[in-house]
Write a protein that binds this ligand. Sequence first.
Ligand code: PML
Length: 262
Amino acid sequence: MALFSVKMRSSKNGLHISGAERIVPEERVNQVVLSLLDRARKHSRGRPDFISLKVEELKEEPVYLKALPVYEVKGGAPTETLLEKLFSLSEVPVSLGLSFYRQLLKGISPSGGVMRGATIVEVPSGRRLEPDSERGVRVSYIDITDEAAEELKRTAGNKYTENFKEALTLSTKVLNHPDVLAELCISDDPDYTTGYLSIKNLGYFRLFNLKPSGLPLGGRVFFVRKGVDLKELISYFETKPVIVSSVSNYSSVSLEEMEDFR
Ligand code: PML
């Protein structure tokens, strides 16, 4: 059965308000278009004066993936201490990881603001590889099945948010690329202080106070292996359809328990 990508983005006075996408069978396209339209019009960031809806038949079969395992990082220690420990479990040098964490909090675009897409960082050199550092690289053609989303809601309980579902879907696609070692994400929504670090072969680590409340800065950093085929990597992020069709565990981990991941 033919599958369709449905994408929505909205803005006001040229400034981005919201965006979302789905991949659905033909018979659900009308319903999904209406629900994305509804979502665009009721966004907490304000009433848009521009909404774009794009419907497109997929030209290739999607890859079906199991979501990354999720670990809620228990608080107690300073955020940088938690990140230091997590980066030490990855192939990203701790000093490089922390330096990009600080850059995200300061505004990582050349003009000192938020990038629309992600930064790509070569490990271990720290060289930025994204062709346009103001725009960054977008990850597109992603969705999660209703069944997997329901299961995620059940396992995450009161820690579930739509932002979390969408971020886990995106990160599952990103980490599935063999040359991606880790992804660091801080929301640019001033009120959303939960972010994550996903680590190759380990999972998605949720950190609850990754930035101070009220800060309108953030973004995503993809840490990649030296020698990566950049053209192929960007094409994978931007064009390969991926559907998350099942979920893994949702559990919590303390600073001390992180040692068990070694
Ligand atoms: C975003 O705003 O796009 C990032 C959302 C990060 C979600 C983190 C989480 O709740 O696990």
